[in-house]
Design a binder for this molecule. Structure first.
Ligand code: FAD
Length: 376
């Protein structure tokens, strides 16, 4: 059988993971990135590696597989990107029943989730204010961690390049070449044509970009998250903290990263971000209830993350029925999932194998209604 040629659009965590596994499997890979590698959502992520509150069960299991794959991949490539720090979680009075139910469910699924005392939590993270915990039950998730996404993407693409991968940066794909129902390649903005047996959409939140014909787009439902980095000399934090106020974790830059999932703010893709912006101060004030040393700290950097969420919230992974030579791999929680999805998708593309764990996540369930009508 002749060697497969595969184009991946997008060099985020998902594209990089797939490029490495495909190259390892003998494919000739070209990965085309509009900007710099790892510069998309992967660089504006809280990057917590977890299967903490992921439903339904199949999605939880996929995230657990992602956690295990991170551990193995970091060993395989001697990478310094995965920090298996553990996570501490407590919730406010209104969220406690749900917290207990979640920990119960995780334990019944065999996930390592342990109740610890507030004193034990303070022993693990002495910078926390004990009153922030109060009488709330605290759960420890020892197997969770966080990812240095820049180091991960660079590491995976270096390993892929050492096999046979061409990495093209600052080259936005502006169109798809197809004949009949077969995708044959892509055209980049400079007019250069790249041809391959298969094109994979790893475009993250841009997976519905009009540069793609409508039939090849993935309907998306993005949401926004504010990320605030602070320098706090003398304060040491090992764990990811998942608190009712906000989430906090250490970062490889030596700073702390603060994020809030459900923050309501008026920020959007066109907002001008500035470390002095009131939204950043407000988030730091929330975090200072957890780590009092943050009280008079200012942000050193602010980022707005735009989540790559397919229309129904779950991953979209697989071919599009009726179209040859095209495959999509687009999802939220992509930091956790990237290494396992890279391996599974590479196996599907190289061996024609159909991975049972991906069955609930095929993209045809959410395709644009117009397309569904045409090809139902
Ligand atoms: C605030 C926030 C918090 C998050 N927290 C977590 C978390 O704690 N844990 C977790 O697991 N996940 C988390 N996520 C989700 C996770 O970050 C994403 O799922 C993941 O980064 C997606 O990776 P990707 O490779 O698909 O996308 P990206 O990193 O965005 O990569 C896609 C790439 O495609 C390129 N591209 C797009 N269009 C074109 C084109 N036309 N031509 C060429 N290139 C193109 C882009 O430039 C980009 O680099 C979070 C996300 C956000 C926003």
């Amino acid at each position: 059988m002749s060697r497969q040629s595969i184009i991946i659009i997008g060099a985020g965590v998902l594209g990089a993971s797939l490029a490495f596994r495909l190259a390892q499997g003998g494919a000739k890979v070209t990965i085309i990135e509009a900007g710099e590698i790892g510069g998309g959502t992967s660089s504006t992520s809280f990057a917590w590696v977890n299967a903490h509150d992921k439903n339904p069960r199949g999605y939880h299991d996929l995230n657990v597989a992602g956690m295990a794959a991170h551990r193995l991949l970091a060993k395989e490539l001697d990478g310094d990107w995965y920090h298996e720090s553990g996570c501490l979680e407590w919730r406010d009075a209104g969220g406690r029943d749900a917290h207990v139910a979640n920990v119960d469910r995780l334990q019944s699924w065999g996930y390592d989730a342990r109740w610890i005392s507030a004193d034990q939590a303070l022993g693990l993270a002495p910078s926390i204010n004990s009153t922030a915990i109060g009488d709330a039950p605290v759960a420890l998730f020892p197997d969770e961690g966080w990812l240095d996404t820049g180091s991960y993407v660079r590491g995976l693409l270096a390993a892929a390049s050492a096999l046979d991968t061409t990495v093209v940066t600052n080259a936005r794909v502006s169109g798809v070449e197809w004949a009949g129902r077969k995708v044959e390649g892509v055209r980049a903005e400079a007019g250069i044509l790249y041809q391959a047996d298969t094109v994979v959409n790893c475009m993250g939140r841009w997976a519905d970009d009009p540069v793609l014909p409508e039939e090849l787009r993935v309907p998306m439902s993005p949401s926004y998250g504010l990320l605030v980095y602070v320098e706090l000399p003398g304060i040491h934090l090992d764990h990811v903290l998942f608190t009712p106020r906000c989430h906090i974790r250490p970062d490889s830059s030596g700073r702390l990263l603060i994020c809030k999932n459900d923050a309501i703010h008026a920020l959007g893709p066109d907002s001008i971000l500035d470390p002095a912006m009131p939204e950043a101060d407000a988030l730091i004030q929330e975090a200072s209830h957890v780590i009092p040393a943050l009280t008079s700290t200012k942000a050193s950097e602010v980022k707005l993350g735009i989540r790559a969420v397919p229309a129904d919230g779950l991953p979209a992974i697989g071919p599009i029925p009726g179209i040859d030579g095209y495959y999509v791999s687009v999802m939220h929680s992509g930091i956790t999932l990237a290494p396992v999805i890279g391996s599974m998708v590479a196996a599907e593309l190289l061996d024609g194998h159909r991975e049972a764990a991906l069955a609930p996540f095929r993209p045809d369930r959410i395709l644009f209604p117009g397309r569904k009508r045409k090809h139902a």
